[in-house]
Design a binder for this molecule. Structure first.
Ligand SMILES: Nc1ncnc2c1ncn2[C@@H]1O[C@H](COP(=O)(O)OP(=O)(O)O)[C@@H](O)[C@H]1O
Ligand SMILES: [Mg+2]
Length: 344
């Protein structure tokens, strides 16, 4: 029998999406095909230290490692003797948001010469930043909702100018969001200028770079892209209906029954096709690799608008990406194979 591939799964991390990453990481550890892979679960702590994860080890019953639950050399997990004499063949990144999805961990792995799943440094960084990704969408003719953006200093210096710009260019209702977060963290939909000013005041304390975007009235969709044999192909699109919150906010995303997923989506055939085309175009335009998932609004005006591209989509058992892969006949285990294959 050929030697198993050693997969280091990194999850946790310092971002606001840490809790989701823990679930994604667990799902990946549990679903990796143990006939093909040795799984090395690596929890990244909030202060970016690495730990061989005792609990997952117990669950996985992985042999040969007595150094479980132990802190290992920070930044160089894959070269640490704590991992045994064999190095990791590939890292499966199960981190979401800051540090894990924005090119930072990718650049560390690059400099260590370690292969990893998903997009590289540049694509990750671009996709994580909604201002820069919109500029890439614009350059490639992809539609997105109009927006303005400003930093903490800009707001402090001239609130009136920013509010006037919103009034003239964006209008109400509008959507306030951090430029570089995920999971709808810090996103609010506001109806009036005083409401917006209040929301900015609150949000800017935690997230110093914000955007205010035109609110798109309509239905919400998302579409995964998976790479096979070097080419990206779209998964079936999903329509998302938020039940828990007013929009697809954190509560709708992660509470039980918080949202309804319809996959394949029930849009007219040509809309479904357009969603898939946009998802693949966004993936290519940003230079993504392995997989991505693009969020799209289907406006009541009949137009489509790209909201964002996620380079490490959630992979909890109820997440959108694995669900859509399943509808395409690719079960969770097979999906992980495809993503690892693309990485190595
Ligand atoms: N311009 C918009 N119009 C209408 N709803 C929006 C708009 N932007 C965001 N939303 C709502 O907020 C959610 C989160 O926004 P998104 O841009 O995808 O950021 P995140 O990276 O946090 O997921 C979306 O899934 C959608 O429900
Ligand atoms: Mg989103």
């Amino acid at each position: 029998m050929s030697k198993k591939i050693r997969v280091g799964v990194i999850y946790g991390g310092p971002s606001a999406e840490r809790a989701i990453s823990l679930i994604t990481g667990k799902a990946i550890c549990e679903n990796l095909d143990k006939k093909k892979y040795d799984v090395i679960p690596l929890e990244m702590s909030k202060d970016k230290k690495f730990f061989l994860d005792n609990n997952y080890y117990k669950q996985l019953n992985a042999p040969g490692h007595k150094s479980t639950g132990k802190k290992i050399a920070a930044l160089v997990p894959v070269k640490s003797n704590d991992l045994g004499k064999d190095k990791i063949d590939v890292v499966f990144l199960a981190l979401h948001g800051t540090y894990g999805e924005d090119g930072k961990i990718q650049s560390i792995l690059e400099s260590l010469g370690v292969k990893y799943t998903g997009s590289g440094v540049l694509a990750s960084a671009l996709a994580m930043n909604k201002v820069f990704s919109s500029q890439i969408y614009f350059a490639n003719g992809l539609p997105f909702p109009e927006f303005i953006n400003f930093k903490k200093s800009g707001w402090k210096n001239d609130k009136a100018k920013i509010l006037a710009e919103v009034k003239n260019k964006i209008g109400y209702p509008c959507v306030l969001k951090p430029v570089d977060q995920g999971s709808a963290v810090g996103v609010s939909i506001v109806k009036t200028e005083p409401e917006l000013a209040k929301a900015i005041l609150k949000t800017i304390k935690k997230f110093p770079w914000l955007m205010v975007q035109k609110f798109i009235k309509g239905r919400e969709a998302t579409c995964g892209v998976l790479e096979q044999s070097g080419s990206p192909f779209p998964l079936p699109p999903t329509e998302i209906i938020a039940n828990a919150g007013e929009f697809y906010d954190y509560k709708s995303k992660y509470s039980k029954g918080g949202s309804t997923h319809i996959c394949p989506a029930n849009f007219e055939e040509h809309i479904n096709e357009q969603i898939q085309t946009l998802a693949v175009q966004a993936h290519i335009a940003l230079g993504c690799a392995g997989m991505s998932r693009t969020d799209i609004m289907v406006g009541d005006d009949g137009k489509l608008y790209v909201l964002e591209t996620n380079t490490i989509p959630g992979m909890t058992p109820t997440s959108l990406f694995p669900e859509a892969a399943g509808k395409a006949g690719i079960n969770f285990m097979k999906m992980l194979d495809v993503i690892i294959k693309a990485a190595i």
